[in-house]
Design a protein around this ligand. Structure first.
Ligand code: TXA
Ligand code: MG
Length: 346
C-alpha cells in the first residue's frame, strides 16, 4: 500500500503551490492521478520507462495495451513523434486542446512500454486547466490511461478515483466532475484514410469537416478478437450485474423490458433509461442518464450510472438503446461494451 497524497484543487482557482507537489512527483517518476475534460487519468513521466511501469502496476493493466501521451505544447509533440503530417497538424489546430487522440509514428524518446511495443504513439492535448498546468510545471509529456482499475468504468469524479486508486498511486488530484465524461476519440493517422478506433468527444462529422476522408474502423461496431487498437479487445466498464440492452421501437422495448423485469423479480434489478421514459416503467428501479434533449449530459453521466449499479448491488440491469449519431455513437459504444454486446432486438 502506498501513502497516497490527495490534493484538492479547483479548476477555476488553481492553487499552484499544491499543483507543484504533483508536478514534483511526476518529475520524480511517481504516479499522479490528474483530472482531464474526458475522464481522470493515471499519469507518469512518459519519457521514463520505470515511471510508466508504475502505471501498469497501479492499474492492473495488460502490458499489451498502449498508453496515451498528454502534452501541453507543440514542442512536446515534436519530442514524441517522428514527424507531424500536415493532416494531423490541421486536426491539432482544429481540436486541441480537446478530446482527440492522434496515433502517429513514435519517436525514439518514447519508451517501448508506453506504446506496448508498437511503433506508434497516441498523443493528445487535454482541454483542462489543471492537466495543462501540471504538464507544463512538470515540463515533460505525461502518459496516462484512464485512472480506473482495469475492467472498471473510467472515473469521472474524484470519488471514483479515490475508491479505485487510494493506496495504489503516489498522488491524487481531486478536482471537479469530468466535463465530457467519456474518453477521447482515438484517430489512427498512420492509416489511409485515417480511422477512428474509438469514438469520443470529437465526433465523426466534426473530424470530417476538417478532413473529409476520416472513416470509422468497422471494428468499432463489433466485438473483435484481432483489433487494430489493443484496447478494443478488453472487456470494459462491466458492472457486476448481468447486463442486457433492448433495442427497437420504443413501445416494444418498454413491453420487453417490463416482461424481463417480471421474469427476474427474484433478483435486484435496474433499468438504464432516459428521463422521458421513467414514467414507462412504473414501480421499477430506473437509473436515468438524463434528458434525451441533452445528449452531452447523458454521455457525461454514463460511467457514474454504471458504477451506481455496483454500489446498489444490482444483479440484473437492462438498458435502453440510444441514437448512434454524433456523441451518441460514443455513448452507445461504451454502453455496448458494458452489456458485453448482449443486445436483444425487438
Ligand atoms: O480521454 C482519454 O483518452 C483518457 C484521458 C485520461 O486522456 N485516456 C484514456 O486512456 O482513455 P486509455 O488508456 O484508457 O485508452 C487508450 C486507448 C486504448 O483503447 C488503447 O488501446 C488505444 O487508446 N491506443 C493507445 N495508443 C495506441 C496506439 N499506438 N495504437 C492504437 N491504439 C492505441
Ligand atoms: Mg481506459
Amino acid at each position: 500500500m502506498k501513502d497516497t497524497m490527495i490534493l484538492h484543487i479547483h479548476e477555476t482557482n488553481i492553487d499552484e503551490t499544491l499543483l507543484l507537489k504533483a508536478a514534483d512527483a511526476i518529475r520524480s517518476n511517481k504516479t499522479v492521478i490528474l483530472p482531464t475534460e474526458t475522464v481522470y487519468g493515471l499519469g507518469a513521466n512518459a519519457l521514463n520507462s520505470k515511471a510508466v511501469d508504475q502505471i501498469f502496476i497501479a492499474k492492473g493493466r495488460p502490458q499489451d495495451n498502449p498508453l496515451i501521451v498528454h502534452v501541453s505544447n507543440m514542442t512536446m509533440v515534436e519530442q514524441c513523434v517522428k514527424r507531424i503530417p500536415e493532416d494531423a497538424l490541421a486536426l491539432m489546430h482544429a481540436f486541441w486542446p480537446g478530446p482527440l487522440t492522434l496515433i502517429l509514428e513514435k519517436s525514439d524518446l518514447i519508451p517501448q512500454n508506453v506504446s506496448a511495443g508498437l511503433n506508434t504513439v497516441g498523443i493528445r492535448m487535454p482541454d483542462h486547466p489543471i492537466a495543462l498546468k501540471l504538464i507544463e510545471l512538470a515540463n515533460t509529456p505525461i502518459a496516462a490511461p484512464s485512472a480506473n482499475r482495469s475492467g472498471k468504468p473510467s472515473p469521472t469524479s474524484a470519488q471514483h478515483v479515490i475508491d479505485d486508486m487510494q493506496g495504489r498511486v503516489d498522488v491524487i488530484i481531486a478536482a471537479e466532475h469530468s466535463r465530457i465524461g467519456l474518453e477521447s476519440t482515438v484517430l489512427d493517422m498512420t492509416q489511409n484514410p485515417p480511422l477512428i478506433l474509438r469514438p469520443g468527444g470529437v465526433t465523426l462529422s466534426q473530424l470530417q469537416s476538417v478532413l473529409p476522408s476520416v472513416s470509422i474502423d468497422p471494428q468499432v461496431h463489433h466485438n473483435v478478437d484481432t483489433p487494430r487498437s489493443p484496447g478494443m479487445k478488453y472487456t470494459h466498464y462491466a458492472p457486476q450485474a448481468e447486463m442486457l440492452m433492448v433495442r427497437g421501437d420504443h413501445q416494444q422495448v418498454v413491453k420487453k423490458i417490463i416482461q424481463l423485469m417480471d421474469e427476474h423479480k427474484h433478483l435486484k434489478c435496474g433499468i438504464i433509461c432516459a428521463d422521458e421514459h421513467i414514467q414507462d416503467y412504473p414501480g421499477l428501479m430506473c437509473l436515468s442518464l438524463g434528458s434525451l434533449s441533452n445528449p452531452a449530459f447523458m454521455a457525461s453521466q454514463l460511467f457514474t450510472i454504471l458504477r451506481t449499479c455496483d454500489t446498489l448491488n444490482l444483479d440484473y440491469v437492462i438498458t435502453e438503446a440510444f441514437e448512434e449519431e454524433e456523441l451518441g455513437l460514443a455513448l452507445m459504444n461504451r454502453l455496448k461494451k458494458a452489456v458485453g454486446y448482449h443486445i436483444l432486438d425487438v
